[in-house]
Design a protein around this ligand. Sequence first.
Ligand code: GRF
Length: 217
Amino acid sequence: MLDVAVLISGRGSNLQALIDACAEEGFPARIVAVIANNPGAGGLDKAKVANIPTSVVNHRDFEDREAFENALDAELKKYKAKFICLAGFMRLLDARFVNRWKDRILNIHPSLLPSFKGLHTQERALESGVRFTGCTVHIVRPEMDDGPIILQAALAVDPEDDADSLSNKVLELEHLIYPESLKLIALGRVRISGNRAIIEEADYPKKGLISPDLIPK
Ligand code: GRF
């Protein structure tokens, strides 16, 4: 059983997806703590409903990033967490922290990385005119939104979409691939090799998707 701490800053819908997955019989990970850097994070209530211990380590209470991250590290040790899932955690973690937890931090990002790192991904996807967008679960490296990719989910951009509708569609996919990625890791099916994650016994879609769809109806 992999003991996981989930770090959040906001509403926690991905946290909820992880909580639901962990509640399933036979799921190979459990959430030992939910830690927020923001006392107002809505996800804290979701954790409480699920009887998961919560902590707030407020970055505003610390002089610098190092002091904040040391406090975070101490909190993770207190709960004996062995793995970290970032789920809408809006603080950058520096190289010292990331290397301390090497290959043991997972993040979800609402774009097909390495495109559209950072914020406002769907606005930028729409502006750029890409035909596909999606989300990525990846192992965290010191660079922002960088690191070996575990799973990605893609969907075609509908020209009728605005940033909100697109975000909602992508969020549904996030809730599928985040628990699935954690499961693969907890089962020991993921091997990290340089910038790549190799997944044992995985099937890959054989056919490509074309958008707009060129096949006459
Ligand atoms: C998600 O879109 C996630 O990909 C990004 O931040 C958002 C968090 O949403 N990293 P929620 O708090 O999980 O609902």
